[in-house]
Each structure stands twice: as C-alpha cells, then as structure tokens.
Design a protein around this ligand. Structure first.
Ligand code: NAD
Ligand code: ZN
Length: 357
C-alpha cells in the first residue's frame, strides 16, 4: 500500500473582515516593477469591494468572465496577455467563486510553464511552479480554495491540472465576502460541498483522515441548510468552513456518482458544476438513499427549483458522448462502487440514468 503524500495550501487566514489584511499579507511577495494581478469575478465590476483591493505601483485588476466555466483557451489568453504586458508578474490573486479561483490557479501555472494549459490537463503533468497565487472565495462550497486541481474545459476533455504546484500559496477566508450571493447560487454551490461529503463518506476510498473532515463538513452543511430558519452571518461563517473541510475530505478520498454523471452533462450541455450535481443527486436514491432523502428535504425547505428534462430530445450521439465522458471518470466510479464497478455501472444503466435527468 502506497499512501498519498499531498501538497497543501501554505497559509490560511480566516475571519470576518480578514480581507483587510491582504495588503500586509502580500507585501513580502512583491517583486520590483512586477505587478500583483487581481483576477476578480466579473460580478464585482462596479461594486464596493473594488475600492478595498490594495493596489500598489503597476498592479492591475482584471475581471474574470465566468459566464461559462473556465476554458483552456481563456487561461492561455489571460496568461499570454500578462506575459506580453509585463514579462512576468509578482502574483495572481483570484477573488470570486470556484470558477475564478480555478482560473487564477491555472493562469499562475501558465506563467511558469510553456505551451497550452490543455497540455497539462491530467495528473502531475505540470513541470514547473507558476507565480505566487492567492485564493479568496466569494462563494462557499466547491473546496477549490484547498484542492490540488483547477478544472478546465479543453479541446477534448473537461479535466483539471492536478499537480503539487496547483494549490494556492495563500487563501483568505472572509465569510463577509459571500454575503451578497443570491440564495439559489448559495444553495447550488453549498450543495456541491454537501455532495462532496456524501460521496466521500459513502465511498470505498474512505479513511479516518477524510472521514474526520467529511463528518465535520456535513454537520456544518446540516446546520446551515437543515436547521437554520433564516440565513444569517453564522450561515456564511459555517458554510465557508464546510467548504474547506469538505475539500480536505475529498483530498484524501474521491467524489462519486453525482460528480461522474454531472461531468457528462456539463461536457455536452455546459451545465454548471453546482446545479449539475443537484440535477443528478435528485435521482440517485439507489446509490445514496439517506443522502438523497436529506437533499430533497433541503431543496424543499429552502424553496429551490431543481431543473428537470435536460436530456429530453437528445440524439443517440449526444448520449454516447455523455456516457463516454462519465464512464471515463474511473477513480470516481471505483470510489463509489468498488473495484468491480464496471459490472455494476454498465453503459445501459448509465444511459437510463441520463434519460431521467
Ligand atoms: P462560479 O464561480 O461559477 O460562480 C457562479 C456565479 O456566482 C457567477 O455568476 C459569479 O459571477 C457569481 N458570484 C460569485 N461570487 C458572488 C457573490 N459573492 N455574490 C453574488 N454572485 C457571486 O460558482 P462556484 O459554484 O463557486 O464554482 C463552480 C466552479 O468551480 C466550476 O467551474 C467547477 O468546475 C469549479 N470547481 C472546482 C473545484 C476544484 O477543486 N478546483 C471543485 C469543485 C468545483
Ligand atoms: Zn464538486
């Protein structure tokens, strides 16, 4: 048995208002004449948060267009623009949801590696460190702030740049930054965390490390989505820690059926990660009976709409594409169903599941 030895985020600061310490935190990482690039979720264009960004010298704010989930072409373009303008930069500071944080990680890596980000989609293909990178979540749930990947849609696949160079050097966890997110978005991204916990805790890869984090994250998700009557600051505080702990849980285990199927949907239809997972989870009683029951309760209690009928009218070829993408996620299936997963999750069975969505 060989145990995984994984790289973690170097520095973590947590607390309401800790964003105000950013200037001091990044000060020692500044290089002469090389700017800090603040890659900010386009939601914040024209918002008050921009006035709190500690710009110095030739620092620059670049808005991240997250209308669609990050693409390798988008990463390559951003990195090239920075190389053309500055040669190199002191660092990339991603401020936003999972999409912006993933973009920040990927652009940082591409500042130090040749070619296209598509060349590095996979496991341990990145050769050199990128530039200093900081992750500052404004939505809680994906765990992108702690993970060793950044998920990108490339020319042939949707896959992350998984490597020891990928985790952030610093994360700034300030729950105040999530305060304005609409309830639907909070729910979809929050459920990403809930589903990470269920898939990790019910998976065959589980060990005491992932269990400890997964159980805590699940408890925090329940506090927020099951027990609380009205959303308040405490919910933002708890969900931010749930996201962190949920991410730590899957670092040592793996996600499962909801994610494997949701990747198929998102590849063909562009369905976003959080909502895609919810659409799939809604139909997974067979695999996660207790989790799905609680999920449905949370949907109802929080008055959320989960879309249905996505796969109506899709062609034979479309179904084949989704099945191929989904079935290709081998570690996810093995974690969910065990070593003999291929006997359990046949193409026919997966097809029937897609037809329900
Ligand atoms: P997101 O980053 O895609 O953002 C969703 C929407 O919310 C966007 O319109 C954004 O502009 C808006 N938004 C962000 N912060 C806001 C705020 N405070 N108030 C109002 N609106 C705000 O959503 P997400 O669910 O956080 O991230 C999903 C992405 O994360 C996907 O691209 C997925 O692939 C990725 N992901 C990565 C990992 C990882 O380990 N790297 C894990 C899970 C998901
Ligand atoms: Zn997820």
């Amino acid at each position: 048995m060989k145990f995984r030895n994984f790289k973690m985020v170097d520095y973590v600061v947590y607390g309401r208002g800790c964003f105000n310490q950013l200037d001091e935190i990044i000060a020692t990482r500044r290089k002469e004449n090389k700017p800090m690039i603040f890659l900010v979720d386009h939601y914040f264009e024209g918002k008050a948060l921009l006035n709190r960004i500690p710009l110095r010298g030739n620092d620059k704010i670049v808005f991240a267009d997250v209308t669609y989930e990050p693409k390798t072409t988008q990463v390559d373009k951003l990195a090239q623009q920075l190389k053309d303008e500055f040669g190199t930069v002191s660092g990339i500071i991603g401020i936003g949801g999972g999409s912006t944080m993933d973009l920040a990680k990927a652009v940082s890596l591409m500042m130090g590696n040749p070619g296209s980000s598509a060349d590095y989609q996979g496991w341990d293909l990145v050769k050199f460190p990128g530039v200093y990178k900081v992750g500052i979540p404004t939505l809680s749930g994906t765990g992108a702030e702690v993970s060793r990947t950044c998920v990108l849609t490339g020319p042939t696949r949707k896959l992350g740049m998984n490597s020891d160079f990928t985790p952030f050097d610093q994360i700034v966890l300030d729950p105040e930054l999530t305060a304005n997110a609409p309830m639907n978005q909070r729910f979809y991204t929050g459920m990403d965390c809930y589903i990470h916990c269920i898939e990790s805790l019910e998976g065959t890869y589980l060990n005491e490390f992932s269990k400890s984090y997964g159980e805590k994250a699940l408890e925090l998700c329940r506090d927020v989505f099951v027990k609380k009557q009205l959303w308040d600051d405490e919910c933002d505080d708890k969900l931010m820690m749930a996201s962190y702990a949920g991410g730590m849980s899957i670092a040592y285990s793996q996600v499962g059926v909801a994610h494997a199927v949701s990747y198929g949907l998102s590849y063909l239809l562009g369905t976003k990660h959080g909502i895609g997972n919810c659409i799939v989870m809604n139909h997974l009683e067979e695999y996660y009976p207790a989790g799905v029951k609680e999920f449905k309760y949370m949907v109802e209690k929080n008055q959320i709409e989960i879309p249905t009928g996505l796969c109506k009218g899709l062609s034979e070829e479309d179904f084949e594409k989704m099945i191929n993408v989904s079935i290709g996620m081998k570690p996810l299936w093995e974690n969910a169903l065990g070593k003999d997963w291929e006997k359990i999750m046949t193409r026919e069975k997966l097809r029937a599941l897609f037809e329900k969505l």
